[in-house]
Design a protein around this ligand. Structure first.
Ligand code: GLC
Ligand code: MN
Length: 346
């Protein structure tokens, strides 16, 4: 058993989390699974063994009917639920989206699922429910009316939050996770900026319950700088959750181990989170690669966790005065050099 990864001196929760879906059987669009699927609840102790303190799950992985059982397993393994999320993408009825479907009965089904997910979030004791924009979007122009779609998103989020507020007050917050494409050619809520705009259009009575869950790979797929996406969310006081991983440029979503592709920028990101006193949970959204053998399925979590703790501690040691001085001297390149020294230097 790995000791739990702990982020020293972090404000708020210092443990780290990951999704139960991260330990999948390894299928991709071109070939089936390469490992036997592990029952979702059995993945909770595996996450603990890999050093996690929090698990995350979709309603299709740990449905409402399994919530009590999952909670017992979690408690026995010193785990808590970091966030819960309704899947608006797996079921074929959501093939053209849930909240933005053109079919009223499918939108109603999406809302019903979302409300049930609020209740399950409550049972699991999580403080955050995530909405990922999975199939909200379009592959062909004019297949949907964009203005109607936006209105439907606003109405859908308002309705879910009003339901939650009536039952649980402000106990559950909602973090919207942007992604620009995949599985759809064009997804609504593509970027952090778009999510912040949407939040500004929600019912003022529930706006404070909505924030962002930015994911490294999703920003990089959009060709955007992840640090700025995170800074923008922080400035708006809307960084409710975070999904860390890595990504090789603008291609399909890889969900690589955190720290793998751009460690220097990851170091800078952690400086930003530390200075902003980010007090939410830090979670990975990484995918055990298809090529890893079943016995090594947890490697991706252990590699991500080690990279995070190492970079976190290096970030604590970054001398903020040096950065401020170099900034004042207009020496951006030298700042990059100083970060490299913090990362690679002896
Ligand atoms: C899917 C997405 C992931 C998101 C999760 C939660 O697994 O790939 O990025 O965080 O759903 O809804
Ligand atoms: Mn994610």
């Amino acid at each position: 058993m790995n000791p739990r990864f702990i982020l020293k001196d972090k404000v708020g929760p210092q443990g780290v989390g990951a999704g139960v879906w991260n330990l999948g059987p390894g299928g991709d669009p071109f070939g089936g699974p390469t490992r036997e699927a592990i029952p979702f609840i059995d993945r909770i102790p595996m996450l603990a063994e890999a050093g996690m303190s929090y698990f995350e799950a979709h309603d299709v992985e740990i449905p409402a009917t399994d919530a009590e059982k999952a909670l017992k397993v979690a408690e026995a393994n010193g785990m808590k639920c970091g966030m819960y999320t309704p899947s608006f993408f797996a079921d074929s009825i959501f093939k053209d989206g849930a909240m933005t479907s053109n079919v009223a009965s499918i939108r109603a089904k999406g809302l019903e699922n979302a409300k049930l997910a609020v209740d399950t979030t409550h049972v699991l004791g999580a403080k955050t429910m995530v909405f990922w924009n999975g199939r909200e979007g379009f592959d062909f122009v004019l297949a949907k009316n964009g203005q109607d779609s936006f209105k439907r998103l606003v109405e859908g989020f308002n309705a879910v939050a009003q339901y939650s507020k009536e039952k649980y007050g402000d106990a559950i917050r909602f973090a919207i996770e942007p992604k620009p494409n995949e599985p759809r050619a064009n997804m609504y809520l593509a970027t952090v900026g778009e999510v912040l705009y949407l939040i500004s259009r929600l019912d003022p009575a529930i706006q404070h319950l909505f924030g962002v869950n930015p994911e490294t790979a999703h920003s990089r797929i959009a060709g955007l700088d992840y640090i700025w996406d995170v800074e923008m969310a922080l400035e708006a006081n809307k960084l409710f959750h975070i999904h860390l991983n890595a990504q090789d440029g603008q291609r399909y979503d890889q969900d690589l181990p955190f720290g793998y592709t751009e460690p220097l920028k990851d170091l800078a990101l952690l400086v930003v989170l530390q200075d902003a006193k980010y007090d939410g949970i830090v979670c990975f959204d990484v995918k055990a690669p298809r090529t890893d053998d079943p016995k090594n399925i947890k490697d991706i979590l252990e590699v991500s966790g080690n990279n995070l703790v190492w970079l976190w501690e290096r970030a604590l040691a970054v001398d903020r005065k040096v950065i401020a001085q170099l900034r004042a001297e207009n020496r951006a390149t030298a700042i990059a050099g100083y970060l490299a020294k913090c990362l690679y230097g002896r």
